[in-house]
Design a protein around this ligand. Structure first.
Ligand code: LR7
Ligand code: MN
Length: 590
């Protein structure tokens, strides 16, 4: 305001020629000095009258100082092209320290330019696609944040301005979900006002922390673009990542799109990819967690039929999405039920939206020519509201509305949630499902995700596998299912529990959700039973028969026998002996 007033005053005084002003400060010069004889100064005095000099404000905002310091700290070119950066000396020590606290190297982030590039990792076929931004729908990019490191958030905004340009970007809406970090307040506002293109970036401040679901809803409510694009607050886009999303939505307005999500390392900020030919799509686990899976063979065939020689960059149907980075037609977002606004904190909204979109007639697609990097952190740098398991509670809400009878498998995996007091009422979401005439979960499994193993379907037997002569059951001993591990034995739980849930399928595969039983190759005993990640085509896994209570391994012809066992994770096969008590197994469920 002061600058404006001063400017008006200068102009006014020039016109009426009554008052002199100090050319540096813009202040009126006191009468006593006005007619003081001028002492010639070394610079070109004559020019000063005609030149319109920029008039700096009388006092700088303290934010200016802080922002200038931030910019001084940045090293031009550092981390460009998304290469890894290693700090040394005291900076490294500072980086390591803050990393331990927030799972992100904020020290390094502060040294990287806001405008660093991450390289072009697209499939070369993408370069042939040309989009006319005049005919594409416009985008509102909604970025929600709760106490994100300032420099990381600002870089996300710069990156969006730099890579989602070409006239399609209507606005960026930042939603502050009640952050308490002061840097994200006035300084961020000031930065946006003074350093970014006018009118492009808005900050919506929520008075209290509402959780990421309601924060996204708040952002979506004020958005005006044709398409909503949601981003986490720690993303950097590849060149031209917006246009392919907008183009696809123009073709198909009920398609909900995700870019390929690349990895930005939280400690060295390296941008890395799986190469441009391979990417994964979204799956889920019966415990209600999102996971990544390879594009199923069935889907690769569909892409080939649909896109022919361009199949590598063909939109890939994705059974679910990760949740943080996606594009959706703004009106369709509301039509199809936006979000369950009773979901708190973090988690669960991604599978809810995924199942809802598919069951209610939309599609979820990965668009290979759109790539965005996301900083993956080892742990959450924030607490959940009231220390509750909001992921679990939200997921239970999702399951009650969308999973029909399959909710039993979910509760089998999450018995803790079955009678949880905080789940609340979901009637309005059930009504939404009715109103939209959405299809069943079994339709979803059969048509959208037939590769997903259902422990109770197409099986000869399922449940716990119990040693007939004792109290021990097969158990995964909570092993990581991405790597092979030894099958274990453990005291049978009173009720069936996730670690003891096994199935013998109609394809004669002995398995749990992700791993299939094999026998270790060896010339002499022990012939250990090892669980390995199941092959996509179930028939290719090793086979087992169940007869007269014996579990017989087809390739070796041997039977699972408890006798040779030493230790919990040492289940073995031995030559079959129909009289042996230690080879009898019961497969049972309630
Ligand atoms: O209370 C909160 N309020 C918020 O505004 C908690 C978080 N947030 C913000 C936060 O600042 C961030 O910008 O919400 C965003 C997501 O939080 P993250 O980055 O801590 O979550 P995440 O990346 O670990 O989690 C993934 O799953 C979440 C489930 O609720 C959300 O859908 C995230 O958006 C999602 N992230 C992605 O999909 C990025 C790809 C990663 C994967 C897999
Ligand atoms: Mn994230």
């Amino acid at each position: 305001v002061f600058v404006l007033v001063a400017l008006c005053f200068i102009l006014y005084s020039k016109v009426v020629n009554q008052v002199d002003v100090d050319l540096v400060s813009g202040r009126p010069v006191a009468a006593a000095f006005r007619h003081r004889p001028q002492v010639p100064v070394p610079h070109q005095e004559a020019d000063i009258d005609n030149e319109i000099l920029p008039i700096p404000p009388a006092t700088k905002s303290p934010y200016d100082l802080s922002i200038e310091l931030d910019l001084k700290k940045q090293q031009p070119g550092l981390g460009d092209n998304g290469v890894a950066v290693t700090l040394t000396g005291t900076a490294k020590a500072r980086g390591d320290k803050i990393y331990k606290k927030i799972a992100l190297n904020e020290e390094l982030s502060e040294q990287l330019s806001y405008n660093r590039t991450v390289g072009d990792h697209r499939n070369p076929l993408c370069l042939k696609q040309k989009f006319d931004s005049n005919t594409l729908p416009s985008a509102s990019v909604v970025i929600i944040f709760y106490n994100e490191p300032y420099s990381v958030l600002v870089r996300t905004v710069h990156s969006t301005l730099n890579t989602c340009n070409g006239g399609v970007l209507q606005e960026i809406i930042l939603v502050d979900d009640g952050s308490t970090n002061p840097e994200l307040g006035g300084k961020l506002d000031y930065y946006i006002r003074t350093r970014l293109p006018k009118g492009k970036v808005t900050v919506l401040r929520l008075k209290n922390r509402l959780g990421l679901i309601r924060a996204r809803l708040a952002g979506a409510r004020i958005a005006t673009g044709d398409v909503l694009i949601f981003l986490d607050a720690h993303c950097e886009g590849n060149i031209g990542w917006c246009e392919p999303l907008l183009h696809r939505i123009k073709e198909s307005r009920t398609s909900v799109l995700v870019p390929i999500i690349d990895v930005i390392d939280a400690s060295d900020f390296q941008y890395s990819t799986n190469g441009y030919k391979s990417f994964q799509v979204g799956g889920f686990q019966w415990s209600g967690h999102f996971d990544w899976v390879n594009v199923p063979e069935r889907e690769k065939q569909r892409q080939k039929r649909e896109c022919k020689e361009e199949r590598e960059i063909c939109p890939a149907y994705s059974p679910t999405m990760a949740g943080g980075l996606f594009a959706i037609d703004r009106r369709y977002f509301w039509e199809v039920g936006s979000y369950d606004e009773q979901m708190d904190g973090w988690g669960g909204e991604n599978l809810e939206m995924s199942f809802r979109i598919w069951q209610c007639g939309g599609t979820i697609e990965t668009i290979p020519c759109s790539r965005v990097g996301h900083v993956f952190r080892d742990f959450h740098p924030y607490k959940f509201p009231n220390d509750r398991d909001t992921h679990g509670i939200n997921t239970a809400r999702m399951a009650l509305v969308w999973m029909d009878e399959y909710i039993n498998i979910f509760f089998l995996n999450r018995p803790d949630l079955k009678f949880h007091a905080d789940i609340g009422d979901v009637t309005h979401r059930v009504m939404l499902r009715k109103k939209l005439r959405c299809k069943s979960f079994s339709w979803y499994l059969e048509n959208i995700y037939p590769e997903k193993f259902v422990p109770t379907k197409n099986v000869i037997a399922w449940g716990k596998i119990k040693a007939a002569h004792g109290v021990l059951c097969f158990d995964d001993l909570l092993q990581n299912n991405e790597k092979p591990y030894n099958l274990g034995l453990y005291a049978c739980g009173k009720s069936l529990q996730k670690s003891q849930l096994f199935s013998l399928t109609k394809n004669y595969v002995l398995r749990n959700e992700l791993s299939c039983a094999t026998v270790q190759h060896s010339d002499s005993p022990p012939f250990r039973v090892v669980m390995v990640p199941c092959l996509e085509n179930e028939e290719y896994n090793e086979q087992w028969r169940y007869s007269d209570q014996q579990l017989i391994h087809t390739r070796t012809g041997m039977c699972i026998d408890i006798r040779g066992q030493k230790g919990m994770d040492d289940v073995q096969v031995a030559p079959c002996d129909s009289n042996s008590e230690t080879q009898r197994w019961l497969i049972e469920h309630d």
